[in-house]
Design a protein around this ligand. Structure first.
Ligand code: AQP
Length: 345
């Protein structure tokens, strides 16, 4: 059972995917499937760490799946499924609940942000979320995890869990035939690509997010051309014209964000965008930004809608992916149980 290069990543069906999800993660996913064995998941068990209306959750799972495919993920080439169909995630998540330390989870900034002031009312699942994320990755002994910058801390925790499991059970791992005492790889974050942290259109210091109450803060992958144009036009800016070089974007978070989005969507650097728009007011730049966003996103939106008109075929893609995922995770889980000392059939 060799550790071979394998990619794993996922997104939560907690709402509609947005430009941050697309540029921060999905663009990399699509590239990686050309060169690597890839497993891409709709992480529905993560979604229920906060309340989800059951009918909306079911719809969102299908819609995220459709958006994956519409954006260019090939379910024949990559393994594409929803997390709850593969029980290895929850099983390994529990084992990792027993490996990870409370002190580690207490440091997770995303829990603090999401739980807010009402921490006592947050679900236990929200707190243990990073352990389940480690299980998502390590149930496949994945080595590479393409994510946006906001997931860096969770990835570091996954690495710590892998290392602690290997250390705690070293003798048993060796006894199970792993001479070097290493069962889990330490997964590497892949935080690269055109825009690893896309910010809110309403506040250049806050990440673009599905859960932001203002829909004007994000461009959704389901927005039509008029909506995109309206959101870009209403995006917060400052009173100065655009600078002529990248250094001029320092301390101008909104300008930096919009130029970064334009550059990422057009597949060029920020310097190239500023060569075209430096010295100009935001009005003409915003018009061009809306055009480039519509050109890039409209085909994805259209294809997502087309796929959503046949939910049965989406469910078949997920069932097929889940079967392939189970085939990879099952021998890993058997070994984990042997290593930990659990008796299995
Ligand atoms: N603004 C962003 N910029 C770059 N990458 C981003 N990602 C999310 N927001 C940005 C990346 O998208 C992937 C999937 O994220 P997720 O759906 O699992 O949850 P999230 O990170 O919590 O995304 P949201 O939109 O902020 O959702 P809510 O509001 O529900 O918390 C990840 O790789 C993430 O890095």
């Amino acid at each position: 059972m060799l550790i071979t290069p394998r990619v794993f990543s996922g997104m939560q069906p907690t709402g509609t995917l947005h430009l941050g999800n697309y540029l921060g993660a999905m663009v990399n996913w699509i590239e990686l499937q050309k060169t690597h064995e890839c497993i891409y998941c709709v992480v529905d068990l993560h979604a229920i760490t906060v309340w989800q209306e059951p009918a909306e959750l079911r719809h969102a799972i299908r819609q995220v799946t459709a958006a994956y495919i519409a954006a260019g993920l090939d379910p024949k080439r990559s393994v594409l499924f929803n997390q709850s169909q593969v029980s290895a995630h929850a099983e390994l998540g529990w084992i990792f609940n027993c490996v990870a330390r409370l002190g580690w989870l207490n440091r997770m900034t995303q829990f603090k942000e999401k739980a807010g002031k009402d921490r006592e009312q947050a679900s236990v699942g929200l707190y243990a979320y990073p352990n389940l994320m480690a299980a998502d990755i390590l149930a496949y002994r994945a080595t590479h995890v393409p994510v946006g910058e906001d997931q860096k801390q969770h990835l570091e925790l996954a690495r710590d869990i892998a290392q602690k499991f290997n250390n705690d059970f070293r003798a048993s791992i060796v006894a199970q035939g792993f001479a070097d005492g290493v069962f889990f790889p330490q997964p590497d974050p892949v935080i690269t690509g055109p825009a690893t942290r896309v910010m809110s259109l309403r506040d250049g210091t806050k990440k673009m997010s599905k859960s932001d109450p203002s829909d004007l803060s994000r461009i959704n992958l389901t927005d039509d051309a008029d909506t995109i144009a309206k959101k870009v036009q209403k995006a917060k800016t400052d009173p100065e014209p655009l600078p002529s070089d990248v250094e001029g974007l320092a301390a101008r978070p909104e300008a930096d964000n919009l130029v970064g989005i334009h550059a990422a969507l057009a597949g060029v650097g920020k310097d190239a965008v500023l060569r075209d728009f430096g010295g100009q007011q935001f009005s003409s730049f915003k018009k061009a930004l809306a055009e480039v966003a519509v050109a890039r996103l409209a085909p994805i939106t259209g294809e997502t809608q087309r796929l959503m008109s046949d939910p049965g075929s989406i469910d078949r893609v997920l069932a097929d992916g889940a079967e392939r995922a189970r085939a990879i995770a099952a021998p890993v889980m058997d070994k984990v149980k042997d290593i930990v000392g659990l008796i299995r059939a």
